[in-house]
Write a protein that binds this ligand. Structure first.
Ligand code: HEC
Length: 141
């Protein structure tokens, strides 16, 4: 009986955790930390800890990693949300065979949330991609 009770407790605890994760996913801005964590783990090696393009691997690349703090500035002051998401996921530029930046689609696979990149259309989008793109908006100069 005790065993069963313990098992039940664990399920309730897990259920609570699941609810938190789901809530975070439904409100992308509620989880900026995950975006920052993914950036540090996946992007900083090339783009640098602050996103300026000076990561540890940058010097050895054929093309310099872009300065990600200038995405808005280079786009007339507006953050190019859809382009950035496509670039990260691996759709932009048809992924030329010589592309240096990896496709991160498989890595960022996560529950789908509805996200409007600014075109007024709510598009089903993996929530880790949303968090990462939202994080990038916070490092614009
Ligand atoms: C292996 C090195 C490498 C990694 C890792 C990498 N990138 Fe890149 N990235 C590049 C290079 C090189 C370019 C510039 C050439 C190009 O556009 O493909 C670039 C370009 C970009 C651009 C386009 C910038 C522009 O102004 O057009 C974005 C956005 C971007 N990266 C975001 C990211 C994000 C977010 C991550 C982490 C999920 C990431 N990159 C990981 C190498 C990398």
């Amino acid at each position: 009986m005790r065993r069963i009770m313990l098992g039940l407790g664990a399920w309730i605890a897990l259920g609570g955790l699941g609810a938190c994760v789901l809530t975070g996913g439904l409100d992308p801005e509620a989880t900026p930390d995950r975006g920052a964590e993914d950036f540090t783990a996946l992007c900083a090696p090339c783009h640098g800890a602050t996103g300026r393009g000076d990561g540890a691997l940058a010097a050895g690349l054929e093309r310099p990693p872009a300065d990600l703090t200038g995405l808005s500035a280079r786009n007339g002051g507006a953050f190019p949300m859809a382009y950035v998401m496509q670039k990260i996921w691996g759709y932009a530029e048809g992924q030329a065979p010589m592309a240096i930046m990896p496709r991160f689609g498989p890595v960022l696979d996560s529950p789908i949330v509805l996200f409007d990149t600014g075109d007024g259309i709510e598009t089903p989008t993996p929530e880790r991609l949303v968090d990462l793109a939202n994080y990038l908006t916070t490092i614009q100069k």
